[in-house]
Design a protein around this ligand. Structure first.
Ligand code: SAH
Ligand code: SF4
Ligand code: F3S
Length: 474
């Protein structure tokens, strides 16, 4: 499990999932690669770019590490625990390498970028270290590694967006697709390693984004999630049409691909989300009523130390504005407990802000100092671990209550649900989500619905994490 996470259901960053497309074509390729991904959705989307680059160059994906010639771990550095998980996994591959000397192991992504050459000193059996902007060089790095040299490319770029590369969809349900719209981050939140591992923010060509979304729709996908660390600062100059494309404009363009294609996005920074974005969500039925708006702390002094550039009151006003323009909008958040010098009273401010915001869901962590960040250089990580953990437990308990309350409000209501597949527990039930991003499980009964269809479902029961329902009488 991720550090700071007490419940599986609040784990936003995923751990070590191995993906490969279901295909028999793998035997066509000269060599096989296995890729395991950690961290945020953007990192998972990157693994799909990596798969496309490798495919182009004669490598086929496999889900079975034991038959792979190349093993890649696409890594995350966000908290110390995330890095520990990867190191543990590397020890396992080290053993495999001793048995199979030809096997090459590559570390990709944020940990590769953070540690660079140091990685090779620390983990002697790693053959390749490749940062998030260097994936185009993978084929030549593999060649280099095959001759027995260590291969490293951790150059960050100001313009790489992999816009022209059609990702190979790995391990998806064929209904929901993820599309990166930008890379990097220019916000220097003092606790965060991302600006160091992902580099400067850059937006991807809007035409290539819209094309990727319509291609997905043509392949049968019914939902796209536009991904970026801070989607509201998306900005792209369309030289051809002499037009600036803002995030609101982009949302509109993607929404117009088809009214049957749902549009989601993540993550919004409270300081950047505009009324224009909110009005665009209101205008299109297929843009989902759900905003992930991480607050991190409910106290203005702590927010200032975090360099989040807004105050408690400013955030509250943003919540009010969302509720005013989009009365049915789901809102979720990220919170960090025990940031440097956080007092008990300041922690209480986080709890009261959570109540004010009435979050449907939160991803909650305790502070983990990251080397090189502003906070690591300027402040002392002085809140004892047990205090961080106790505060975390308090916000988790409160969030559970808020989630349950929010779900209880939905009892008796009817929602349009996009069916994503069988429910985890029973193949007699469908699982889907409503516009507000709530998971709904309902009996298939005698209906002719299939995965990817929309169904009207009335909520009959709930837990804190799931709504249960039945097909609505229409
Ligand atoms: N771009 C997003 C966040 C990306 S990281 C945003 O601005 O909200 C996802 C979450 O991890 C953050 O929102 C934060 O809550 C958490 N996080 C980041 N750095 C952390 C650290 N050093 N310790 C604990 N949690 C951290
Ligand atoms: Fe990190 Fe802040 Fe950028 Fe999010 S906005 S990725 S928390 S620096
Ligand atoms: Fe982790 Fe890098 Fe994402 S640090 S959260 S994988 S951007």
């Amino acid at each position: 499990m991720q550090e700071g996470l007490l419940h599986k259901e609040i784990d936003e960053t995923r751990q070590g999932e191995a993906f490969a497309p279901f295909t028999n074509e793998v035997n066509r390729y000269k060599k096989k690669f296995y890729i395991e991904s950690y961290g945020c959705q953007m990192n998972f989307a990157d693994s799909e770019i990596v798969a496309a680059i490798l495919n182009e160059n004669g490598f086929g994906a496999t889900r079975n590490a034991e038959e792979a010639d190349l093993v890649f771990l696409n890594t995350c550095s966000i908290r110390e625990k995330a890095e520990q998980t990867v190191r543990k996994r590397l020890t396992e591959f080290r053993k495999a390498k001793l048995q199979r000397p030809g096997l090459l192991v590559g570390v990709l992504g944020c940990m590769a970028e953070r540690l660079k050459n140091k990685f090779l000193e620390e983990e002697k059996l790693v053959d390749m270290v490749v940062g998030p902007d260097a994936y185009r060089s993978l084929p030549s790095l593999i060649e280099e590694a095959e001759t027995g040299q260590k291969a490293v490319n951790v150059l960050l770029s100001r313009d790489e967006t992999y816009a022209d590369i059609a990702p190979i969809r790995l391990g998806n349900n064929g209904v929901c697709g993820f599309v990166s719209i930008m890379r990097g981050c220019n916000n220097m939140c003092s606790f965060c390693v991302v600006p160091f591992t992902r580099g400067r923010e850059r937006s991807r060509d809007a035409h290539s984004i819209v094309k990727e979304c319509s291609d997905l729709f043509e392949q049968g996908f019914k939902e796209v999630t536009l991904l970026g660390q801070n989607v509201d600062s998306y900005y792209w100059m369309d030289e051809q049409n002499d037009e600036v494309v803002t995030f609101a404009n982009l949302l509109e363009k993607v929404a117009m691909v088809s009214p049957l294609l749902r549009v989601r996005f993540s993550t919004s920074h409270p300081k950047d989300i505009t009324d224009e974005v909110l009005f665009t969500i209101a205008k299109y039925e297929n843009i989902c009523n759900y905003i992930h708006l991480p607050v991190q702390s409910g106290n203005t002094r702590v927010l200032q130390l975090m360099n989040r550039t807004y105050t408690r009151e400013w955030y509250m006003a943003k919540i009010d504005r969302i509720r005013e323009i989009l009365p049915d909008c789901g809102i979720s958040s990220d919170m960090i407990t025990g940031f440097c010098t956080e007092t008990e009273a300041e922690h209480q401010d986080t709890l009261s802000l959570m109540r004010y915001s009435q979050y449907d869901l939160s991803y909650m962590f305790y502070y983990s100092e990251r080397p090189g960040t502003l906070a690591a250089r300027r402040f002392t990580d002085d809140v004892p671990l047990e205090v961080k953990k106790r505060r975390l437990q308090e916000i988790v308990d409160l969030q559970n209550l808020l989630s349950k309350e929010s779900n209880i409000k939905d009892l008796g209501k009817t929602f349009k649900v996009l069916i994503e597949g069988d429910s985890k527990k029973s193949s007699a039930d469908w699982m889907g989500r409503n516009s507000r991003n709530k998971v709904i499980v309902f009996a298939k009964g005698n209906s002719n619905f299939k995965k990817g269809d929309y169904a009207m479902v009335t909520v009959t029961d709930c837990t804190k994490a799931t709504l249960m329902g039945k097909l609505a009488d229409v």
